[in-house]
Design a protein around this ligand. Structure first.
Ligand SMILES: Nc1ncnc2c1ncn2[C@@H]1O[C@H](COP(=O)(O)OP(=O)(O)OP(=O)(O)O)[C@@H](O)[C@H]1O
Length: 236
């Protein structure tokens, strides 16, 4: 990937394992800078396992995978921390620290990822909260926010270190459809400003509404809509 600066994720011949069992084999795909890519597939088809492998929550035993310039095979702990600083991760369950304010949730991540200057941290916090439309929320506790607002804070948190890519696992799965649509809009806006997005979803309507390249986990491997003709109706 060093020779391909436009590639944010490069997967060549990977096998994705879960508990020692292969879930997906012969996985090949790239994600380019600024691209938006969906991952779909039936329950249990391997979407989450694939994403977890990309952010080094599951080990890579086979294949050549590089994410944000970091090789994942035999990755060292130090490089895992570096990898997580270069990517943003958004889950279905919002995973905010519930006993801390929005500001403290964001400061916590900034301190853990090497930020030191309080003035710079405050400035960055204001920037990311503005981007997700939550400027006034710094002193709020998570329970004072709606589900959609909590997910916006998670997206703001994921943006803190200007990641090259947002990896999102069913980010609208726990939200009402209308709120989910607003979150999709936000992802699209962030994507248009240059951040790549790789998003697992079960929501076929969003793919119709916000069309983009689709990767499909099926029969133990990954199919790519740019290489195979998918009928959207058979995606799930
Ligand atoms: N912690 C785990 N331990 C063992 N097996 C697991 C674990 N998590 C998932 N699996 C298995 O790995 C396979 C892939 O699961 P995975 O969660 O990646 O699928 P998914 O496509 O994300 O599903 P969903 O759409 O339901 O989130 C399934 O057979 C699942 O049962």
């Amino acid at each position: 990937m060093e020779n391909q600066p436009d590639v944010v994720v490069s997967v060549k011949g990977a096998t994705i394992y879960q508990n020692g069992m292969p879930v997906l084999s012969d996985v090949y795909f790239d994600v380019h800078k600024g691209e938006f890519v969906y991952i779909v597939g039936r329950t249990g088809s391997g979407k989450t396992s694939l994403l977890k492998t990309l952010y080094a929550d599951l080990p890579l035993y086979k294949g050549d995978v590089e994410v944000a310039g970091i090789q994942l095979f035999n990755i060292k702990r130090r490089d895992i921390a570096k990898l997580r600083r270069r990517i943003g991760i958004v889950f279905q369950d919002f995973q905010l620290l519930m006993d801390r304010s929005v500001a403290d949730n964001l400061f916590f991540v900034m301190r853990a990822t090497g930020w030191r200057s309080t003035a710079k941290m405050k400035q960055r916090m204001n920037e990311v909260l503005l981007r997700v439309g939550l400027s006034g929320a710094t002193s709020k506790m998570p329970h004072q926010l709606s589900g959609g607002e909590q997910q916006r804070v998670v997206i703001a948190r994921a943006l803190l270190n200007e990641p090259a890519i947002l990896i999102a696992d069913e980010p609208t799965g726990n939200l009402d459809p209308a709120v989910g649509e607003e979150i999709m809009d936000l992802f699209m806006k962030i994507n248009r400003s240059g951040t790549a997005v790789l998003m697992a979803t079960h929501n076929y309507q969003f793919i119709e509404q916000f069309p983009a390249r689709v990767l499909k986990c099926e029969h133990g491997t990954l199919l790519d809509s740019t290489l195979h003709n998918f009928d959207l109706k058979t995606l799930f």
